[in-house]
Design a protein around this ligand. Structure first.
Ligand SMILES: [Zn+2]
Ligand SMILES: [Zn+2]
Length: 125
């Protein structure tokens, strides 16, 4: 198999995963799990401790998608910390003049950013 095929397969897999994840996050099962995650972890960011702003539920990994253990597999994060967790620069944050870099080309997001992506899409709707 050529690397061109590999890339295409990977892109297809990511699209599929994204669709699947998107569908899953519309289900009552997920809403319930999300609520449990908030009940366990509290309405505060697990990283910086803030209780302000939109709090998001982060998947630490996707190995248990659909049968997550909210205590172990999910995490409550504020938006900036969630961005940081996924290595994404907060777009709303004005670029600091000292380290203004050329905007990075946006590659196909890795599967590990699904929940972050989903939150972004929710805002656009
Ligand atoms: Zn935070
Ligand atoms: Zn996340």
């Amino acid at each position: 198999m050529t690397s061109e095929n590999d890339r295409e397969l990977l892109a297809q897999t990511r699209r599929l995963m994204r669709d699947l994840y998107d569908a899953y996050l519309q289900t009552p099962a997920w809403y319930k799990k999300r609520a449990i995650a908030f009940a366990i972890h509290g309405h505060r960011c697990d990283v910086c401790g803030t209780t302000k702003g939109p709090l998001q539920v982060h998947h630490r990994h996707y190995r248990t998608l659909g049968r997550e253990d909210p205590r172990r597999d999910l995490q409550v994060l504020c938006r900036p910390c969630h961005c940081e967790t996924h290595g994404i620069e907060e777009e709303a944050r004005p670029p600091s003049p000292s380290k203004r870099r050329r905007k990075k080309r946006r590659p196909e997001p890795p599967v590990g950013r699904l929940d972050w992506l989903w939150e972004q899409n929710q805002k656009r709707k």
